[in-house]
Design a protein around this ligand. Structure first.
Ligand code: CUA
Length: 343
């Protein structure tokens, strides 16, 4: 009977170990991907991950030590200790030890920061956190304000950020109304966009690829749907992209354009080369050249553009754009078809 129990216990332990290992494997697998701090693609994110592993290792050691002490005090030597021993434990374990550990961590963290703040040698791009999308201006002037964006300086785009690999791109961040936080987990840490101020972050990507950016500060109803796509490309591809963004809209003659203008869409959206010059919402001049629609929430297809126009509030609750659900389907379809030609 004893042997049976022992075998059962061994089997149970083996199953428990397998499940734990499989779980850890799955968890680690989920750590890779286009929106993960565990899959670094930038010099800053590499350093931050390095710091994280050191902190995690230290935390595990300290946890094991404290658990060991608890076992010692409750199982090994459960009798009362002298007051002198108690005082010594508090002074060494509760005062001296944390002061030393936190000082080492502080110095380790602080010495990383000058590298993050080092000057950029790549392009300068202005990004403004809007409700609830990202205004992008390539070739930004040195100290852009929202007023300068609105007057049309630089090359406007939205919700997709192209940057060259191997260059330190300076991102100038601002916001016209509420605080957001600009974060591309694979490439760097996060920095807030603060109304009335310009904050800066340097993106220094180490490999090409497509990554996801997010807003990391609660900013309103659609906060969780305030995403963007980051394309890290070669310097030549970056230059070509900026030139493509600079050009006016490609297709000017289309019934969808007539519907777009007749319904007043141009009061909020700009389509360069047409009479639509609104600067409230995202620039749509090259809308269809982006991978996503609605600030990273839908794939860019004609069907999705039509849905977004007709059921805006449904697709993105809290969005500032009203739903155009009362328009005839043929009209929203035609608008979507025109917008889909704007590569
Ligand atoms: Cu913008 Cu959260």
């Amino acid at each position: 009977m004893g042997a049976d129990l022992k075998r059962l216990h061994t089997q149970f332990a083996w199953i428990a170990r397998s499940v734990a290992l499989a779980g850890a494997g799955l968890a680690l697998a989920a750590c890779r991907g286009p929106q993960s701090t565990f899959d670094p693609a930038g010099t800053e994110s590499e350093k931050v991950l390095h710091l994280f592993w050191w902190m995690l290792g230290g935390a595990v050691l300290i946890w094991l030590f404290v658990m060991g002490l608890s076992v010692y005090a409750t199982k090994v030597r459960p009798k009362a200790h002298s007051e002198r021993t108690g005082t010594k434990l508090i002074l060494w374990g509760g005062v001296a030890f944390p002061v030393v550990v936190l000082t080492v961590l502080l110095v380790f963290g602080l010495q990383m920061m000058p590298g993050f703040r080092a000057p950029a040698d790549g392009p300068r791009i202005a990004v403004s956190g809007e409700r609830f999308w990202w205004r992008v201006h390539y070739e930004a002037p040195d100290t852009p304000g929202v007023a300068k964006f609105l007057s049309g300086e630089g090359v406007p785009s939205a919700n997709e950020l192209w940057i060259p690999v191997g260059k330190r791109t300076e991102i100038l961040l601002s916001s016209p109304d509420v605080i957001h936080s600009f974060w591309v987990p694979n490439i760097a840490g996060k920095v807030d966009t603060i109304p009335g101020r310009i904050t800066r972050i340097v993106l220094d990507p180490t490999r090409t690829g497509t990554f996801h950016g997010i807003c990391a500060e609660f900013c309103g109803d659609a906060h969780a749907q305030m995403r963007f796509v980051v394309k890290v490309v070669s310097e030549a591809d970056f230059a070509a992209r900026v030139e493509a963004e600079r050009a006016p809209a490609a297709v000017l003659d289309h019934p969808g354009r007539t519907a777009f203008e007749a319904n007043g869409c141009g009061a909020c959206h700009q389509v360069r080369g047409t009479g639509s010059v609104g600067l409230v919402g995202p620039d749509l001049t090259h809308l269809a050249s982006r991978e996503t629609l609605g600030a990273g929430i839908l794939p860019m297809t004609v069907d999705n553009i039509q849905r977004f126009i007709a059921l805006t509030e449904h697709e993105k609750p809290g969005v500032q754009m009203p739903s155009f659900a009362t328009l005839p389907q043929a009209e929203t379809r035609s608008m979507a078809e025109w917008l889909e030609t704007l590569k």
